[in-house]
Design a protein around this ligand. Structure first.
Ligand code: ATP
Length: 321
């Protein structure tokens, strides 16, 4: 088996002044290219776990390995070059322009000026901040959402394989937060980083995580896919935290393709039936059925009818999961 990108091996951290360990006996394998959301209530140890990965903290017990190598054997500086860090309040230097903020790591790496300029143009374009508009601005001249985009660009600057994201959208309004989440999904499809993403927002975790690591009081209670957590919560705590009784939430994780029946033009006349795509969620389908007051939807791909989905099928499926 190839070594995990990041492996937690019975990791604990007991702060000297605290009565309980902030992180207790955490074991987990994070695969390359995976997005793992660390989810849990305030004070459960999420940020501490993240800071153990880039050696801002050292464990009092156990070990973290990066591609099989104990991180205690890697100097902090080369270790951190492998990990972009995005914080809740972007953490941009207020006296530096957007350009200079993003250039910090490439300059540390000793890149030639022309390469740094090219990289910054590329990154600003990637996070959808047109360089000519934004490169000379100071952080105070940006909205919170724009600052987080710059924070993301800065974390990506040295092209690290790992991103550590500590509640990066926690202080952002719901609409901007949703668009930044979409951005992360888009970037991830393109860049395939290994991402550890701290959140206390269940919807955000369900949306972004390939897996969700649920923490409570310093311990990992369950680490699994969003659907597995919702359908098979290991404990009552996970059940309540995830809102596992919420059927609509479950439907949001299941695709139309899972439930539809193949399109049969002999049975249904496709005219005037609302349509949606096979990759859309059952929640989208339910919403469209309710909005249009119909009982069935046509599933289309590349302009071709490929399936049919009905209210009864969704209801039957929701009762099974
Ligand atoms: N430097 C420190 N010294 C002592 N105790 C600390 C220190 N940092 C964190 N703690 C304690 O460790 C526990 C975990 O804190 P941590 O910041 O990791 O929680 P969190 O899950 O990230 O919380 P939040 O969602 O509120 O940011 C808390 O009880 C906190 O008070």
């Amino acid at each position: 088996m190839c070594p995990a990108m990041i492996e937690f091996d019975r990791v604990s951290l007991q702060f000297p002044t605290a009565s309980h360990p902030a992180v207790h006996q955490v074991s987990a394998h994070i695969k390359a290219g995976e997005v793992v959301v660390i989810l849990g209530p305030s004070g459960c140890g999420k940020t501490t776990l993240l800071k153990l990965v880039n050696r801002l903290y050292e464990p009092t017990q156990g070990q973290i390995r990066l591609e099989g190598v104990p991180i205690g054997q890697i100097n902090a500086s080369p270790l951190r070059q492998k990990m972009g860090y995005v914080m809740q309040q972007s953490g941009l230097f207020p006296h530096m322009t957007v350009f200079d903020n993003i250039a910090v790591v490439p300059k540390l790496l000793g890149w030639p000026k022309a390469q740094i300029r090219r990289r910054i143009e590329e990154l600003l374009t990637l996070v959808e901040l047109p360089p000519s508009h934004y490169r000379h601005r100071y952080p105070a001249q940006l909205s919170g959402g724009q600052q987080q985009r710059v924070g993301l660009a800065r974390a990506l600057a040295g092209d690290p394989p790992i991103l550590l994201m500590d509640e990066p959208f926690g202080a952002i309004d719901a609409l901007t937060r949703a668009s930044l989440q979409t951005e992360v999904l888009r970037l991830q499809a393109q860049l395939q980083k290994t991402i550890l993403f701290v959140s206390h927002d269940v919807e955000e975790a369900l949306r972004l995580g390939d897996r969700i690591m649920v923490m409570n009081q310093g311990e990992v209670v369950q680490c699994d896919t969003p659907l597995a957590l919702l359908t098979h919560p290991a404990t009552d705590f996970v059940h309540r935290l995830l809102g596992a009784d919420d059927r609509v939430r479950q439907l949001s994780l299941l695709s139309v393709a899972r439930v539809m029946t193949p399109w049969n033009p002999g049975v249904v006349d496709g005219h005037n039936i609302p349509s949606l795509g096979p990759d859309q969620s059952l929640r989208d389908a339910l919403s469209l059925l309710l909005k249009t007051g119909t009982n069935a939807l046509q599933v289309t791909q590349d302009g071709q009818a490929v399936g049919l989905i009905t209210l009864n099928q969704i209801r039957a499926y929701a009762q099974q999961v």
